[in-house]
Design a binder for this molecule. Structure first.
Ligand SMILES: [Zn+2]
Length: 389
């Protein structure tokens, strides 16, 4: 026996609860954070706006994604579409999945607009951006809002070398909107074994220039800001001001302490990576309640005890591992996603391919980040090693 669509829809509506847009407006005011307003229209229908705070999942994905949107089946969900039909079908489906408190908004967004209720106009990615970032936008933890946030983010990389190269490439590929690079070196043939931002043709040119060209070829969406200078106490505050995250890809002590102290003074998270021979480390300093670099190492070692940089060999691919970890952690910090490496230091031994994790804690008496710091000005330590990875 066949059933007409209108009969079927009547059956569906008899099995769900419908509310008016006025009741929805009242629920939003009353239940604020508890209520999920699920807008099941297609992206091209959002042009005229959505309800502020609504989660958008097209009708075709409702069953697939609802557990990521709202894992708790007892929490209230109000489903809305353009006119109240797709929302009714979705509501029945959600009930079938065990959601206990689902309503469909009768009249949908059409009625909401006619009632004169407020609309939010989220910025939309362009068609090109939607296509380019499709594989990460589809991640529910990221979504279009996350991508928009990345595009609005500003990340400063200190060093366009072995660590800075993979970090820069992945941040640019992922659409971090503004990437700053500070480096005063020129590309040397001996860099090419690990510094994958640069290629043979760039030998002899400034690394910031070579890096800019490479990143522009990869993603013209990204704005590149360069500083062809050596970081000192004179310029660090000027250069660091205004960035969301600083990524430390250097490996000399004076710069490392300068980066740390400036990040503490300016309140910028510092995604730190380092490598030595076959070992690599990654952590985040000066973020949340985590430590800064001086909490772990209050002062630099005396020059005679520092490892001799000229002799420090490194396998290029190890820079790739650590620099990529820094890119991942940077994106997590920007999107406040997952459990980032704040308070934890991951170290890995490439020869054994084993990873270890150390808890690192804030020192309440830290020289620079404690309540009563002894260091309140930047210090230029003696430059006893100028080799950067
Ligand atoms: Zn500290």
């Amino acid at each position: 026996m066949s059933v007409s669509f209108s009969d079927y829809l009547a059956q569906v509506k008899s099995r769900i609860r419908e509310i008016s847009v006025h009741e929805l407006k009242e629920m939003i005011g009353r239940q604020k954070d508890d209520l999920t307003v699920l807008d099941v229209r297609e992206p091209e229908e959002f042009e005229n706006g959505i309800i502020k705070g609504a989660t958008t999942v097209p009708r075709g994905y409702v069953e697939l994604r609802i557990e990521q949107v709202q894992p708790d089946r007892d929490k209230p969900i109000a489903v809305i579409c353009a006119g109240g039909t797709r929302s009714a079908l979705s509501a029945l489906s959600l009930q079938g999945l065990g959601y206990q408190d689902v309503v469909s908004v009768s009249g949908g967004m059409g009625a909401w607009v006619r009632a004169g209720y407020e609309l939010d106009h989220p910025r939309r990615l362009t068609k090109e951006q939607q296509a380019r970032y499709a594989r990460q936008i589809i991640l529910p933890q990221l979504g279009e809002a996350g991508q928009q946030k990345l595009l609005d983010s500003k990340v400063l990389l200190v060093g366009a070398g072995g660590l800075g190269s993979p970090t820069a490439l992945y941040l640019a590929a992922g659409g971090v909107g503004t990437i700053g690079i500070i480096d005063n070196d020129k590309v040397d043939t001996s860099n090419l074994q690990r510094q994958i931002l640069h290629s043979e043709g760039a030998a002899g040119t400034p690394k910031v220039q070579s890096a800019t060209e490479t990143l522009r070829r990869l993603n013209s969406d990204v704005k590149i800001v360069t500083y062809e200078e050596r970081l000192t106490s004179e310029n660090v505050m000027r250069i660091f001001e205004g960035w969301d995250v600083v990524v430390d890809g250097t490996d000399n002590f004076p710069t490392r302490y300068l980066i740390n102290d400036a990040c503490v003074f300016l309140g910028i998270p510092n995604v730190h990576g380092s490598i030595y021979h076959f070992d690599g480390q990654c952590t985040i300093f000066n973020h949340g309640d985590g430590p800064c670099y001086r909490c772990l190492y209050p002062e630099p070692p005396p020059p005679e005890l520092a490892p001799s940089c000229a002799e420090a060999g490194v396998l290029g691919a190890i820079c790739g591992v650590v620099g990529t970890m820094q890119a991942v952690e940077t994106i997590k910090v920007l999107l406040e996603m997952g459990d980032d490496l704040t308070g934890r230091l991951v170290s890995f031994d490439a020869l054994k391919m084993s990873f270890r994790e150390l808890k690192v804690r804030r020192d309440p008496h830290c020289l620079v980040c404690s309540e009563h710091p002894q260091i309140t000005e930047l210090i230029d330590y003696e430059q006893f090693c100028t080799v950067t990875f």
